[in-house]
Design a protein around this ligand. Sequence first.
Ligand SMILES: Nc1ncnc2c1ncn2[C@@H]1O[C@H](COP(=O)(O)OP(=O)(O)OP(=O)(O)O)[C@@H](O)[C@H]1O
Length: 227
Amino acid sequence: MNEPPVFSLSNIVKIYESGDEKLRVLDGASITLQEGEIVALIAPSGTGKSTLLHIAGLLERPDAGQITIAGRDVTRLSDAERSALRQDEIGFVYQFHHLLAEFTALENVVLPQRIGRIPASIARKNAADLLAQFGLSHRQDHLPGRLSGGEKQRVAIARALANHPKIILADEPTGNLDGKTSDLVFDNLLEVVRKARATALIATHNEVLAQRMDRVIILRDGKLHAV
Ligand SMILES: Nc1ncnc2c1ncn2[C@@H]1O[C@H](COP(=O)(O)OP(=O)(O)OP(=O)(O)O)[C@@H](O)[C@H]1O
């Protein structure tokens, strides 16, 4: 029997209202991600990329359409069920690292696991292993303020992977870094995501980076199109 896709959005509609105006940001956006697929999302600014990622990450609700995770319809779950799913199944990487400044690199990667009730010793070992995969063992006890931009972003990616999510959603994860650092961090991201056999949807403006993923989709007129 075929496994259901890890993740799917079908016919997602999202309308924002401001005054009398209705803005149909998403207008039947659909995508299906199979296990282990890494998909690039190209979206010109203002076309609804953040809205799409927020809906995919169960942070925002669509006005119509369906979201499934591992074949389960999660569109109409309660807020508590959605946040439990986010905690267990979804890892987010943002353009800015959002690390907690008063915690070390290691502690930043431990924290989401502790929220998920992983015992402290296991969480610390997991975090150290992940940071090692990002070449950051020698930086694990540093506060974010003492890390370079590329290192901070690597820690943020390690944190997103800490609970072994099946789905990674990334919003221009290297968009804030210079070209060379961006390439290196991106290599690292792809390598670790592939090793974890996670499924990823990665928004980028960089078409060269996009071509390195398994396939590329573009958000246009509120719909997702294959490139
Ligand atoms: N809460 C909201 N209320 C009203 N309009 C909104 C709201 N959120 C977003 N929009 C509008 O919806 C459109 C898409 O917004 P979104 O943030 O998803 O775009 P984006 O593609 O992520 O842009 P960027 O790449 O510049 O961050 C924009 O025109 C924005 O002004």
